[in-house]
Design a protein around this ligand. Structure first.
Ligand code: HSE
Length: 372
């Protein structure tokens, strides 16, 4: 396989290093903004050097972001090249154009590192579906949020200090709001649901809220009551359709999710025969992420394509009702739904997920966490 590598940042360098140990995979050209000399590949600033190189059969995109990544991926597919990417924002945002395009063009497309970095979550979903039907997927999918929440819980760090550490350790996205406000978990939850349930979820119907407003008083209250706050994406297929949402969630101490440390991920599924099962590991970082990008290259070499057929567009109905911890704002609706007082906040009676998220949009300084 001759690879054109788009990007030579954290993951790109990892892909270059790992492929160097695999005789069937040659990175022959690298697109990089910096001036760089590599022993085994030509470095270019011009994507067209890769697109027009007929000896390159596979493009690996690890630039991140929507543009120009999507323009390059689309051009590569239209030129008949296979594509491997780690870019969850791109896959989720352009899913309705990307997957039909891949199917029509006959090229192979893989994106295992887009969800759960080094874990291999999407390939496991693909395997499970050969035997089982899936009823639930989701979990802890953002290392930065988990690092912040874990350090607030176990070390008593302030939110800002923990975020700064996560950035320094290289876990956070270039713009950390993609982590702490939830879009990263949201992208990963929707991609997982699309593949698990063979659908294309209407993204506008999947609510998301993040951890930006959490404070030490919240964490102290949760600890006192035997809960740990985690950032969790959920997609569940029930009698009436699919419910999907992303939100801070209170997990009882003693459950596996409550014990997930540092920047680790724990992603879970429920299969018809296999039952509940979780995959734990590094959701980010150079070599774990690059490992799954290179695994995808090996799969493409073996003729393996996407994990699911393009599925029926469907809206998440979010008819699930949950109790929420709420602090930082109040109004008549909230007062009418309070079941008890929790320190500086309150606990609601079960309320519809969509209704709680709509309320939060009107009260952007509040912090909410669902009770699992
Ligand atoms: N910023 C992401 C995280 C990287 O913290 O998990 C992997 O998507």
């Amino acid at each position: 396989m001759n690879i054109g590598l788009l990007g030579f940042g954290t993951v790109g360098k990892g892909v270059y290093d790992i492929t160097a140990t695999h005789p069937d995979l040659q990175v022959t050209r690298v697109l990089c903004r910096r001036d760089l000399t590599l022993p085994d590949a030509q470095v270019t600033h011009d994507f067209y050097d890769i697109l027009n190189d007929e000896s390159i059969d596979t493009v690996v995109e690890v630039l991140g972001g929507l543009h120009p990544a999507w323009d390059y991926v689309k051009a590569a597919i239209l030129a008949g090249k296979n594509v491997v990417t780690a870019n969850k924002a791109l896959v989720n945002h352009f899913y309705d154009e990307l997957i039909p395009l891949v199917e029509q063009s006959g090229v192979k497309f893989r994106c295992t590192a887009a969800v759960g970095g080094g874990i291999g979550w999407l390939t496991e979903l693909e395997r499970v579906k050969r035997i089982d039907t899936l009823s639930k997927v989701g979990g802890i999918m953002n290392g930065t949020c988990n690092y912040i929440l874990d350090n607030m819980t176990t070390k008593g760090l302030d939110y800002g200090v923990a975020l700064k550490q996560a950035q320094e350790l290289g876990y956070a996205e270039a713009d950390p709001s993609a982590d702490v406000d939830g879009p990263d978990t949201w992208n990963k939850t929707i991609i997982s649901a699309n593949i698990a349930f063979d659908v294309s979820l209407d993204k506008t119907s999947v609510p998301v809220c993040g951890i930006r407003n959490i404070s030490a008083v919240d964490v102290a209250e949760f600890t006192k009551r035997g809960y740990v706050c985690k950032m969790i994406g959920t997609a569940e297929k029930g009698e009436h359709g699919i419910s999907a949402y992303v939100q801070p969630t209170l997990v009882p101490n003693g459950e596996p999710a409550a014990a997930v440390p540092m920047n680790y991920n724990l992603i879970s599924m429920v299969g018809s025969n296999s039952g509940p099962r979780s995959l734990f590991g590094q959701g980010a970082g150079r070599y774990p992420t690059a490992y799954n990008v290179v695994q995808d290259c090996v799969d493409v070499l073996n003729g393996v394509g996407f994990y699911a057929s393009y599925g029926q567009p469907v809206a998440a109905n979010n008819d699930v009702a949950l109790s929420y911890y709420v602090r930082g704002a109040s109004d008549a609706w909230l007062e009418g739904n309070v079941s008890e007082s929790w320190g500086e906040g309150v606990l609601t009676k079960p309320v519809a997920v969509a209704e709680m998220h709509a309320w939060l949009k009107q009260h952007p300084d509040a912090f909410i966490a669902a009770v699992n």
